[in-house]
Design a protein around this ligand. Structure first.
Ligand code: SF4
Length: 696
């Protein structure tokens, strides 16, 4: 129950925000605030201040224009502060993260009487490691002959950049965040400047007090609101939660763009092993250990592990050499080969399984060596190795340990067989470029992350809000619940958009002669676009396939040369910039875009008055994880088309239609060129889920 005091406080803050920020009060926004506050206030705490009941999770679909950011902040911030929990706002895209950080939070901070601090959380890889910058510069000056680990050393051409970085960081003109450096930094340049957690010597590092990553982390510890992204939250949860971000028990999460949480998690849990890349890595490891022993001698406590290591490496390399012809045979001429029900052929599975016994002692030995090097960096610890040796070898051995651990985890998914009744794991091979040549990746992924999210997130967090403009599919939260493992007891609420769709928007299902399965479709689309689209007005044409976008562009570019901008030919931000400029100058323009233009693009008013959707956006049919899910569902007598493919297409279609009306005064038309919407039974379900445009 919401106490009267908390209720009054939240209502007071809302009134204040409306007045101070000159906003219009919105009914849906009030409903959203009330539902979130009620759910969070229902949390019962145990003696440690952790949640111990089934409450505290609100799933809210907030139609476009609800003002959901303000709603979830007003509802959850006072509760988070009162309960001494962190409010963690997580987004799927950089665009939304920037909007929250640069616009919404500063505006709220300025106008609300509730004081709060906020900070951005990023992964370690986005920050400068001073120790590595120092080493790279020393190497370039010839002071340090670093270990030639990947036959990649800092380039002389980058010396000026590295020196400028050091100077700017030292003067406080740059905070070490890669994204705040004024120019693009190439991946090859950055790789010499950032450290993984295995390379970082933490408190033992001489730069610790001045370290960019740890400075950002301490700001985060001080903040009431932390802004992050889904990938970072998932990475933290897979490390047990509380490794980089606050622990789930002390956190109220807000997952904005929450409909992406499950697919981000699926990607996150995917593991893979490149066959040739691993053969190469084992060679490097062997060479590295030889060099280490030549320089440092055989440390007493590691005599056994280091003596045995070459034999373990030999067995692993031998297995990999036998795996290569097998996978070549299995993949043949194809680019990808998926295994039915995730079952690898026995010979391949047995070879992979046989890699686990020699890998285990190798990981344990590298772990001990890494630990020994870390301790030797610390003058107070009386380590077994000299400080010079520790400084030179701690990072390269850390990298090798991380790779060995990664391989061990991959093998645990690749080489096992699921028991009776367990969900299958998707397993497949993919050809991938490797230098001038190609490699074969052996990949594995769970087909559902529901259990992991339930265990690591929903059952542990203090509270959570999951929100987006499109959470339901075919008017139901079922698909989301299944994919993300959200509990039945959570609060589920739909808040309608305040926009008058029936008055301001029209929807037509165009009856072309052909449907998307026909060979004539491409041509019919071109002819219709020529006839029905006015290039003098702001138009967005959304394609589901790059090939069709390109073919249509080729057919129309001559007629629309000064009025057409296409995804894939210019960066997205540049397309938006040029489009707006043309519309502002009264010239009109048409954008051809793919899926990323169907979501998160905000082109209000005259910028877009006509949205054309070429096809129902069904997922790519050969995605190995989706195929594995369908196969499993069919084997259980379920209907994957109705349960997954159609709901997913429904969400994408709603998002695509959502590009038209961005504010109360917007008007325009949506044309969908896929007549299956009216000719097929499922089409009716899709149409019924769309915003209530006037049908023409
Ligand atoms: S503390 Fe870690 S990340 Fe920071 S400078 Fe030192 S080694 Fe690099």
């Amino acid at each position: 129950m919401l106490s009267k005091e908390t209720k009054d406080r939240i209502q007071g803050l809302y009134r204040e925000a409306i007045k101070e920020m000159s906003l219009l009060p919105r009914y849906g926004q009030r409903v959203m605030i009330a539902e979130i506050a009620k759910a969070l206030a229902g949390v019962r705490e145990d003696e440690k201040g952790e949640r111990d009941n089934d409450a505290g999770i609100a799933v809210v679909e907030a139609g476009t224009g609800t003002g959901k950011t303000l709603a979830y902040l007003i509802a959850s911030l006072p509760i988070a502060i009162e309960k001494e929990k962190k409010l963690l706002i997580s987004t799927a895209t950089v665009a939304l993260q920037e909007q929250i950080l640069d616009k919404d939070l500063p505006a709220l901070k300025k106008h609300l009487s509730l004081p709060f601090k906020f900070a951005l959380a990023k992964g370690r890889g986005r920050y400068l490691c001073l120790a590595k910058l120092d080493k790279s510069l020393q190497h370039l000056s010839g002071i340090l002959a670093t270990v030639d680990l990947f036959e990649q050393t800092p380039e002389e051409a980058d010396r000026e950049l590295y020196e400028t970085m050091l100077m700017k960081y030292g003067k406080g003109d740059w905070d070490g965040d890669r994204d705040r450096w004024p120019d693009e930094i190439e991946r090859s340049q950055w790789s010499h400047l950032t450290a993984t957690h295995r390379e970082c010597s933490n408190r033992r590092c001489p730069h610790f007090q001045n370290c960019a990553f740890y400075k950002a982390r301490s700001e985060m510890e001080d903040a009431d609101i932390i802004v992050a992204n889904h990938d970072l939250v998932l990475a933290d949860l897979s490390l047990g939660g509380g490794a980089v971000l606050p622990s789930p028990e002390k956190t109220i999460y807000v997952f904005d763009e929450g409909h992406h949480l499950a697919d981000k998690a699926l990607n996150h849990f995917r593991l893979e092993m490149g066959v040739r890349a691993h053969r190469q890595w084992l060679k490097q490891l062997e060479k590295l250990l030889e060099q280490f022993i030549a320089q440092a001698g055989m440390p007493v406590g590691l005599m056994h592990s280091l003596k045995e290591a070459p034999e373990h490496i030999r067995v692993l390399s031998q297995n990999i050499s036998l795996i290569w012809p097998l996978v070549m045979d299995l993949i043949g001429e194809k680019d990808r080969q998926r295994f039915e029900f995730g079952r690898l052929p026995d010979p391949l599975r047995e070879l992979l399984a046989a890699m686990r016994p020699p890998l285990q002692p190798l990981v344990a030995g590298l772990d001990k060596l890494s630990d020994m090097l870390q301790k030797s960096l610390d003058p107070s610890e009386n380590g077994d190795l000299s400080r010079d040796i520790a400084e030179a070898w701690q990072a390269p051995i850390g990298i090798m340990l991380a790779k060995a651990e990664e391989l061990s985890e991959s093998l645990s998914w690749l080489a096992t067989e699921e028991g009776e009744g367990e969900l299958p794991v998707a397993r497949w091979l993919t050809k991938t470029p490797y230098g001038e040549d190609w490699d074969i990746l052996i990949s594995a992924s769970p087909i559902s992350v529901a259990a992991q999210l339930r265990r690591n997130l929903w059952s542990r967090c203090y509270g959570a809000v999951v929100t987006s403009a499109t959470m339901t599919a075919l008017n139901s939260f079922n698909a989301l619940k299944w994919e993300a493992g959200l509990p039945d007891w959570a609060t589920y609420e739909r808040v309608a958009s305040p926009f008058n769709y029936a008055e301001n928007g029209q929807l037509e299902v165009v009856q072309l002669a052909s449907d998307p399965k026909s060979d004539d479709f491409e041509n019919d689309v071109v002819e219709w676009l020529k006839e029905a689209v006015d290039p003098e007005v702001g138009t967005l044409v959304l394609f589901s396939s790059r090939a069709q976008l390109e073919a249509t562009r080729d057919a129309l570019i001559r007629d629309w040369y000064d009025h057409l901008l296409c995804q894939g030919y210019l960066p997205k931000a540049e397309i938006v910039r040029r489009h707006k400029k043309r519309i502002d100058e009264g010239k009109g323009n048409v954008i051809f875009g793919l899926a990323s233009f169907a979501e998160g693009i905000d082109l209000p008013g005259e910028y877009v008055t006509h949205v054309v959707i070429v096809k129902i956006p069904f997922a790519v049919p050969d995605d190995p994880i989706q195929s594995a899910i369908s196969e499993w569902m069919e084997s259980r007598g379920r209907n994957p088309f109705m349960e997954l493919a159609l709901p997913a297409a429904s969400i994408r279609l709603i998002q695509a239609c959502g590009r038209l009306i961005r504010k109360e005064t917007d008007v325009g038309k949506v044309s969908i060129l896929d007549k299956r919407l009216t000719s097929q039974r499922y089409g009716r379900l899709l149409l019924d889920s769309l915003p209530p445009f006037r049908r023409i």
